[in-house]
Design a protein around this ligand. Sequence first.
Ligand code: PGA
Length: 257
Amino acid sequence: MKVGIFSDAHKVGAEAARIVIEAMNGATIRNLGVATGSTPLNLYAELRKAHEEGTFSLADARAFALDEYVNVPEDHPERYRNVLRTELVGDDKTGLKDENLFTPDGNDSDSLVAADRHDAAIRDNGGVELQILGIGSNGHIGFNEPGTALTSRTHVDVLTRQTREDNARFFDDDISKVPTHCITQGLGTIMDARSILLIATGSAKKEAVKELVEGAVSSFWPATILQMHPNVTVLVDKAAAELLTRTDFYKDRWETL
Ligand code: PGA
């Protein structure tokens, strides 16, 4: 695991974009795993800028979402398919085509089948080259909440109260409007990606980042499974890095490798 510590969220976004552009421009299988939430927004803005400047395009790529809420109306702006459309789809964004954006169908009458279908779509299209991840304040990645099996595949789950409180800002600050269920790539599914880029900014993430980088592998801090992956880059700002203890070494490795 490589850990890069930057002064602020904008610098994190710029470095994340550099990594995504380099990885995707050099990839044979142009499949990008995409995250939602606030954290990747700077990164997506940088990718749109690079697309506008002609140095990056997802026109011939596929994007696979990490997760989706269950039973959010098709036209709701916080439905993750719609969030990702707004950020990435179209020639005025990154060139990604809507038919190449794969999201779990949270409105399928059978969510279990929809979950299996998303897992199969990733596999059948050759797997994910680079998976972008955020991290929840409780250490979730995707919507794999504490206690999720470390080997899980894409599945239906219940959101913790913590996650629903964290996400209430997207639903008029009203937790009763935040969905209770989700479909999420499993931890095993995420671990199949050939490389992983996790971004975390802000002090609300400092405990989760400490566990991710320096804690013991445990399903109670689901992101810690990434310690078992051979190609993970973690980008954090100073606030999210506050509890890390080996920062001198992370800096040496970052600058030397
Ligand atoms: P955030 O969410 O980027 O909105 O903080 C991250 C996550 O829950 O994975």
